[in-house]
Write a protein that binds this ligand. Sequence first.
Ligand code: FES
Length: 570
Amino acid sequence: MEKDLRSQHWFGKTGKDGFIYRAWMKNQGTPSYEFEGKPVIGICNTWSEFTPCNGHFRELAEAVKKGIYEAGGLPLEFPVMSLGETLIKPTAMLYRNLASMDVEESIRANPMDGVVLLCGCDKTTPSLVMGACSVNIPTLVVSGGPMLPGRFNGKKIGTSDIWRFSEATRVGKMTQEQLLEAEASMCRSPGHCAVMGTASTMACMVESLGLSLPGNAAIPAADARRKTLAQLSGLRIVEMVRENLKPSDILVRKAFENSIRVNAAIGGSTNFVLHLLAVAGRVGVDLDLKDFDELSANIPLLANLQPSGEYFMEDLYYAGGLPAVMKELLPFLHKEALTVNGKTVEQNCANVECYDRSVVATTDAPFNDISGIVVLKGNICEEGAVLKPSAASPHLMKHTGRAVVFEDIEDYKNRIDDPDLDIDENSVMVLKNVGPRGYPGMPEVGNMGLPKKLLEKGVTDMVRISDGRMSGTGFGTVVLHVSPEAAAGANFSALQTGDLVTLDVAERRLEAQVSPEVFEERKRNRAKEVSRYDRGYVQLYINHVEQAHLGADFDFLKGSSGSEVTRDSH
Ligand code: FES
């Protein structure tokens, strides 16, 4: 009997209150002894048929339950808002903070002693982790796992190929029939995107932070060992409740530093920056945009995974999974950092082996010396902007070109294939008003497609700059997350077609050759924008979302409100 459990403030009561708390639960066939001091574990489920990457989560929840029962706990599954990347309009990022509020309030309001977060598609990981951190009861993440790679025309394919197929179709190198065939060939198993896109990056983020059992990130969704890991996670969360091991014990500054270094070594998504900053904000860890650049500066790229490399998440699993990467990276990591299994990072790596050096390289012979996230500063990104060098073209890392500015995504779509558009391969494409407030919701449009007439000439990359994001599966010399965004009225809003823009990655510089006086004058003369949104969640979002360099969380969600509920309506 464990009487000091949080859940006992409901189920341990006598009289009318206890009657009400237990009686309705019994309509699920639960015997009385289940309420007599067993740790109650919530299973926070993002299952939804609108989120196909998480479509197998009912089965996964059953495996978690087995472990919880086995350890003497009582599992209770609950749904939260599920954010499917492919269907949600205008963009799933608009709802990350809303989902995190759903998670936070659902955990706090209910009789839970610990919680298992079932995360998969991109935003379902940060939203659940952010929400749970703001409550701070024992928490463990189980990811859904990546899909098996697709197969098309004898080749393995994944999400990164969509960009190639799309451009090949636009210039007539691929027919509509072939495109349909590719579409049917790609997502052939349960799971999230099979490459090191944002979903896999997020799964690696939680594993490197110490919030999941070792090996969680890479086991394919279709592999039986995914269910084994889920069951073991159920078993472990009950122990964590007994040990009172909470996110605040694990998520200290050192854990964040480890995660940034691991993200560099795996070639993780630029979205990692936004989500890690937001998680740090919830647990009160001081993390700055410049940390991402500084901490990853000497980390080589070890994982040869698409979009920076060649292989798929399934291959990473067979090569030894994320622990194989972390073992190789140990000299750069805080080895003593604690993880959810009660062991340190070093202990978790002790018996790990790498089985395929073409997938996980050594630090002595890395897959690429260039890794991580570069943080740029300059007069059009005073608070910063990011670029992923491993996905960029070496010849464009230092480049000056004439800006071709698109005021918003509609302007881009209307003009990009206009044969009269004054643009060449040396131009710098600029897309404004796709930031957190401007769009609103910061969509993944930063790796905008190149003009058809340049694709036809064989151009494959150009410098592109925006205040938006890029899919973790995207690539190119793409400057993202310009902060402050255009909608915040900063210099970026006053950049015009014809201005000369210099990108210098080595110097960490992104500058327009425009004087401060000219920028000020242009801003004074700009017509004031009238918001299209005057009610509901979107208005709340616009009024409270922070800029990208702070993680785009809501200003009022920073920190934690704890797990205590002091008032009682019965
Ligand atoms: Fe869900 Fe890529 S669309 S992870």
